[in-house]
Design a protein around this ligand. Structure first.
Ligand code: ADE
Length: 251
């Protein structure tokens, strides 16, 4: 018999995963310093281990590492939350599934080319195709079925991560010049992707646009996350409802 699917779910802030844990049954939790891992079951048998990492790459990497070490057997690490738009065509509530992530502030030149992660000798990290295709199909199906009420049609593309909230059009333009296919910017995704790659665990980064990474970004972000908190579970549950077609799990 196959084990029930076990997903590690991370967001930077409670507002980004929905602080309401009533969506889960059989709840328990453990504290690790200032990080709490909540565990529960969603639906009939999907196991979730969930934590709010805090902002930035170090906090995200620490939470990912702690989650994977505390709960061996996690089949997928999913980071979700909001992001600034780098593609001017994107609007608030647009959903972006990362087909690749990059740490835009990694720069070990001249020893390594810009953006290359010395640990992995790669600049862009890509999710496993089977998991990416499952999530993309699930999101499109959910959208067509009207299960993503309030969200716009999901798309996929490059997401860049760095320890900087981007609210300056010149900074954003410089990033777009360096990464012309950039869709969105945030502060955690590529950090958990690196940890997951190094730990040999599949990962996905799923973001919803909160702001334009421009002069209005801080205000837009603050207003948006208050409204997003009510809706965050809808996006997560759209995926969980479609878990019967996930790729084969870890042995
Ligand atoms: N997360 C949401 N909006 C962001 C922005 N403008 N810059 C970095 N991270 C973000």
């Amino acid at each position: 018999m196959t084990q029930p699917l076990h997903i590690g779910l991370l967001g930077a802030m409670p507002e980004e995963v929905g602080s309401d844990l009533s969506h889960l049954t059989d709840l328990s939790c453990s504290d690790h310093g200032d990080l709490t891992i909540h565990r529960g079951v969603w639906g009939d048998n999907i196991r979730l281990s969930l934590a709010w990492s805090g902002w930035g790459k170090v906090s995200a990497a620490r939470a990912a590492t702690r989650l994977l070490a505390s709960d061996p057997g996690i089949d997928l690490l999913l980071f979700t939350g909001v992001a600034g738009a780098a593609d001017p065509a994107l609007r608030q509530w647009d959903v972006v599934l990362a087909d690749a992530v990059v740490q835009h502030d990694m720069d070990a030149r001249p020893l390594f080319p810009r953006f290359t992660l010395p640990a992995l000798k790669q600049d862009r990290l890509q999710p496993q195709p089977a998991w990416f295709n499952w999530a993309k199909t699930a999101l499109l199906e959910a959208h067509s079925a009207g299960d993503l009420d309030g969200f716009a049609r999901p798309s996929s593309g490059l997401i860049a991560t760095g320890d900087r909230f981007i609210g300056d059009p010149a900074v954003l333009q410089a990033l777009r010049d360096a990464l012309p296919d950039l869709q969105a910017v945030e502060m955690e995704g590529a950090a958990i992707a690196q940890v997951a790659e190094q730990e040999g665990v599949p990962w996905l980064v799923l973001r919803v646009i909160s702001d334009g990474a421009d002069e209005a970004a801080a205000q837009s972000f603050e207003d948006f996350v208050k409204r997003y908190e009510q809706k965050a579970w809808r996006l997560i549950e759209a995926l969980l409802q479609r878990c019967n077609s996930t790729p084969p799990q870890c042995p």
